[in-house]
Design a protein around this ligand. Sequence first.
Ligand code: CP
Length: 305
Amino acid sequence: MLGKDLLGLQGVSREDITKILDTAESMKVVVTSENKRTPHLQGKSIVTLFYENSTRTRMSFELACKYMGAASANMSASTSSVAKGETLVDTGQTLDMMGVDVIIMRHPMSGAPHLLAKHVKASVVNAGDGMHEHPTQALLDMMTIREKLGDIVGKKVAILGDALHSRVARSNAIGLTTMGAEVYYAGPATLMPPEFEKLGVRTTYNKREALEDADVVMGLRIQRERQKAGLFPSIREYASFFGISLSDLKWAKPNAIIMHPGPMNRGAEISTYAADCEASVIREQVQNGVAVRMALLYMLTRKGR
Ligand code: CP
């Protein structure tokens, strides 16, 4: 059973993930219909609190709230009293007193949503915390894999690029292994966290080893905002050794799909040809993002959960 909050996929069972994905499948019918309206969140109040930029995550949560009839509001750190020095806990408790049921938060500090969750009555959803976790991205990735390939169990997923700074990499390592996938990470040694193998994934510095017979080829964004200088010699070299290009698909299975959480640095971690080819499901990932977030908000706000 889901608890009060969703702070990460660590500790979330295969059964719970399956229930979220099953519910998201039903919600997708709403997202793709002419009449995007359901009463699932009627009477609920939801706030998005973003201390970092976002297009996909913030918009999909906001649209999920609107499609399901919640009273929703957005609070950005730069225009709120946070800019006057108000603490995160004071901000959360202020929202609590206004009757907010769910706070969806993105923050540059790993662990910030965990701190907030301890001090508020509202459910807290982690929409990305520093280099730690981005659980709803991994859930929408898993929904997309299941939808396109029929199942996650036994599928080989090759994830290329900057695993060190990527919260998407961490949540996918946890989520995909929980669901029974075989997960390989390939990237430069400077961007490969040594503790990653403890999460049950394989790591390599050789792109081909990760890609051979892969069912899924996923690129990770180069996290320039979190990187120090000198972690790889040049973008051109990075693209050649760890970027996804169309020619790399010859090593993967013939029906392999290409994924990327976005936003993409075209020409760096993924070529334009690979991003826009028939095997690419990057746009479907965005659509599934709305469905997954609808499912999650519904499940967190249901009495008895
Ligand atoms: N994938 C993802 O988190 O994208 P945004 O930063 O646009 O939300």
